[in-house]
Design a protein around this ligand. Structure first.
Ligand code: 5AD
Ligand code: SF4
Length: 448
């Protein structure tokens, strides 16, 4: 009988993408996926280690699985992804019930490891921290198996060379490697043919994409011109690598959506320097001003870390000030947490936890006000919305996104699913817009 796999994913879009590819690879080799760990012969947790909280969550879940395995010793238990890569052997020493520990660059080899798994409760650690392995990941063209059909992530690069001082990603995901352009086009076109409407091109720092003389702006042009996808998004952008040409593409390419995620991290130049971000607050402000001027109706989102080592009240004030000036549409805000092995781990983590929390609450509150205000300005306006899900709260409502990446809730029926429709905004809060469908802009029948 086919072995059944339960796969759970924590973390960023890249992890989601890796899991989708793993799923596809497992299915093609005769495995079946299950919805609960209780029905599974194999349990896989794809982990994240970007912040301490993410790792704590993964530890908690793995511990639950270990307790389950204690009673069900025939189950094979796998820890995959960034935390698996970071802790390797140490993870199995703390959790002897783990059978396999697989880093992100080896995740597609999991079916082979499972096949060759000689005896349960044995260990196969995969460490893959060299360029050869990282580039090799592109050789295997496995298309992801996706849950939602209308919007998909497509990886354009993996890894990161930036070494922001607080960040563990360059250590766990290794150096940046770029996916061959033709592979990207093939994947986007296959998605478009199967009814997908929108792709988000993902990478830790998409702006530094380079392949055979083509940069990220060129890649966007090619995806725009050579595929039938309706909308194109991308993330994440590093402010230091965002070129004038890219801003130009955002202003002119019809398929490219008007949203940019541009992590600021801090508004204090002193802290930005310690973070090794490679720009000042005034560089950042100039850049966002240019984007706003050139790209009509653009929306901006960001990431902020509060409580980085030595951050004073004054530094924090600078961050609040910049938030007010830029007026982001939304922001992900985090408390600094020490990541072992990073440059910042050598600095004293000297902002007390309760102070970090106070700052976090203050900045969340400010951003909530800004987002609320910005959303209110949209009342009465009409936007194109790609409807991609039923609302979780109300079965008769549907959820979609504007080109500017704002969530919109509309009334309607199942026919809306996967369509790009015109919506008039009637009310809003800080996180969501609510509106009425005006008329359909267009509809394409998926080609199977
Ligand atoms: N502590 C807190 N936040 C972090 N991030 C990355 N590393 C840390 C850390 N050590 C945040 C950054 C990054 C986002 C993905 O996670 O804001 O942009
Ligand atoms: Fe981490 Fe900086 Fe690379 Fe982003 S750009 S993944 S924050 S090192």
């Amino acid at each position: 009988m086919a072995k059944r796999v339960y796969l759970q994913t924590f973390g960023c879009q890249m992890n989601v993408y890796d899991s989708e590819r793993l799923k596809s690879s497992l299915l093609s080799q005769g495995y079946r996926m299950t919805k609960t760990p209780r029905d599974a012969d194999i349990i896989v947790l794809n982990t994240c280690s970007v912040r301490e909280k993410a790792e704590r969550r993964a530890w908690g879940r793995l511990s639950e699985f270990c307790r389950y395995k204690q009673k069900n010793p025939e189950v094979v238990l796998v820890a995959a992804g960034c935390m698996a890569q970071r802790l390797g052997q140490a993870l199995t020493e703390k959790m002897p019930y783990l059978d396999l520990v697989v880093g992100p660059d080896r995740i597609l080899q999991l079916p082979e490891y499972l096949q060759n798994h000689p005896k349960k409760s044995q260990l196969a650690i995969c460490s893959s921290r060299n360029e050869f392995d990282s580039q090799k990941i592109w050789e295997k063209e496995v298309l992801p198996h996706r849950k939602i059909r209308f919007t998909s992530f497509v990886a354009v690069s993996r890894g990161c060379n930036n070494f922001c001082s607080y960040c563990v990603v360059p250590y766990v995901r290794g150096p940046e490697t770029h996916r061959p352009i033709q592979q990207i086009i093939r994947e986007v076109q296959l998605l478009a043919r199967s009814g997908c409407k929108e792709v988000t091109l993902i990478g830790q720092n998409v702006n530094s994409y380079q392949f055979e003389g083509k940069d990220f702006a060129d890649l966007l042009q090619v995806v725009n011109d050579q595929t039938d996808i309706e909308w194109i998004r991308f993330m994440t952008s590093h402010p230091k690598d965002l070129s004038e040409r890219l801003v130009e593409k955002m202003a002119t390419l019809p398929k490219l959506c008007e949203h940019i995620h541009l992590p600021l991290q801090s508004g204090s130049d002193r802290i930005l320097k310690k973070m090794n971000r490679g720009y000042t607050s005034s560089d950042y402000l100039k850049l966002t001003d240019r984007i706003k001027k050139r790209v009509e109706d653009v929306s901006l989102s960001t990431d902020i870390i509060v409580g980085f080592p030595s951050e004073t009240e004054e530094d924090f004030e600078q961050t609040l000030k910049l938030l007010r000036k830029v007026e982001f549409d939304s922001a992900f805000m985090f408390r600094y947490s020490v990541r072992e092995g990073t440059k910042a781990a050598q600095l004293k983590d000297d902002v007390p936890e309760d102070e970090k929390l106070n700052r976090l609450h203050a900045i969340i509150q400010l951003q909530k006000e800004i987002s609320g205000r910005k959303n209110q300005r949209l009342l009465g306006k009409i936007f194109e919305v790609l409807v991609d899900e039923r609302s979780r709260r109300n079965q008769n409502k549907w959820k979609g996104k504007t080109r500017s990446n704002k969530t919109v809730i509309v009334d309607g029926n199942e026919d809306l699913l996967g369509k790009i429709v015109s919506v008039r905004i009637s009310s809003s809060d800080s996180f969501t817009l609510f509106g009425e469908v005006q008329h359909q802009i267009f509809e394409k029948t998926p080609i199977n």
